[in-house]
Design a protein around this ligand. Structure first.
Ligand code: F0G
Length: 351
């Protein structure tokens, strides 16, 4: 390909792949760090959005998947498997297709957004809808991979996090420093683990002077890290983070504690309000789970936990087009117009 080579090539010295491996890439990474003037004004901070929906399959999962599928192929694997709330399965399906591998995805029946299901279908994944939640799917995927010749590409596979940590490098490279605070949605807790790894590596090598505080936000109905115990029946409009028993629990707690950060819950109402604000005021369309980082930004600015004047990065993890149903809910049906300029003008109240 031309231009940006994808994150394995871009950060070759920091992302290990097997010697001689064929790099499986869709030129993921290098996503925009977009200034957010409206959110900055609301919070009294300097706020940026790391727009991960700009990745090839529309979410940050591509960062981990380029590395996981590169490893799988190099190891001679013929098939990969994952559990997913939708984005991991979309990404695994696309990268497996690119590599010529078979993919199987286990998803909670009826609980993944339409666009994500469409992606798994067109990329040719074997889709297994499970009568259970994400946590059940992950357990099934782990057992299957342990007993059969298929490679597990969930973030419990540590190479996934090696790819995902590059988002921190990109932020530091663009800002010339680490932010004071980094806000993230948290589901299975791989991403907050990966970001913290990225920041600490850059800091350890003297490339940035300071580390950010990691603020992790969970949906109120699926907030095991906030409560300190698993949630048996997680529920939220943000289906991507509908996770009751995060696999990277301990590493997420380490990232929070070592950085002087916090975990906090945001309600579905707060998530949807942030979702609409992002779209209508910043021009950035994200999926509901992604808006939880911004819902958390607004809540912690309001209650004083976010210091005024901070430089803040909110990762918005997935593209709004993934979930058209949520976008269209509440749309008012209007009568179609005749082909008549007068009808247009009066419908727009221009006279
Ligand atoms: N945002 C989106 C859009 C996600 O899809 C996910 C996770 C997260 C945030 C949370 O990241 O799990 O690393 O804490 N989605 C997984 C999936 C569970 O299957 O696609 P995390």
């Amino acid at each position: 390909g031309a231009g940006w080579p994808g994150l394995i090539e871009a950060y070759r010295d920091r992302v290990d792949i097997p010697d001689g491996a064929r790099v499986v890439t869709l030129q993921e990474g290098n996503t925009p760090l977009v200034a957010a003037p409206h959110l900055s004004e609301l919070t009294g901070c300097t706020v940026y959005l790391k727009v991960e929906g700009a990745n090839p399959t529309g979410s940050f999962k591509d960062r981990g998947m380029t590395v996981a599928i590169t490893h799988s192929l190099a190891e001679g694997s013929k098939a990969v498997i994952c559990a997913s709330t939708g984005n991991t399965s979309a990404s695994a399906a696309a990268y497996a297709a690119r590599a010529g591998l078979t993919s199987a995805v286990l998803v909670p029946q009826g609980k993944i957004a339409l666009g994500k299901l469409a992606q798994a279908v067109v990329h040719g994944a074997k889709i297994l809808q499970v009568q259970g939640n994400f946590d059940d799917c992950l357990e099934l995927a782990r057992k299957t991979a342990a007993e059969h010749p298929v490679t597990l590409v969930n973030s419990v596979n540590p190479v996934r996090l090696e790819g995902q940590k590059t988002a921190s490098f990109e932020i530091c490279d663009v800002l010339g420093r680490a932010p004071d605070v980094h806000c993230l949605p948290v589901g299975n807790a791989g991403n907050i683990t990966a970001y913290w790894k990225g920041y600490t590596e850059y800091h350890g090598d003297g490339l940035v002077e300071q580390l950010p505080r990691m603020f992790g936000f969970q949906a109120a109905g699926a907030a095991p890290l906030v409560h300190g115990h698993p949630v048996a029946e997680p529920e939220t409009v943000a289906t991507a983070i509908r996770v009751g028993s995060p696999a990277s629990w301990e590493n997420a707690v380490k990232a929070k504690d070592a950085s002087g950060g916090l975990f906090s819950a945001v309600t579905d109402e707060e998530i949807l309000s942030a979702y609409r604000t992002l779209a209508s005021r910043e021009g950035v369309f994200v999926e509901p789970a992604s808006a939880s980082s911004v819902a958390g930004l607004l809540a912690t600015a309001a209650d004083g936990r976010l210091p005024t004047g901070s430089t803040v990065v909110c990762t918005v993890t997935g593209n709004g087009l993934k979930d058209p149903d949520t976008a269209l809910a509440g749309m008012v049906e209007v009568e179609p117009l005749p082909v008549d300029p007068g009808a247009v003008a009066s419908a727009l109240e221009l006279r």
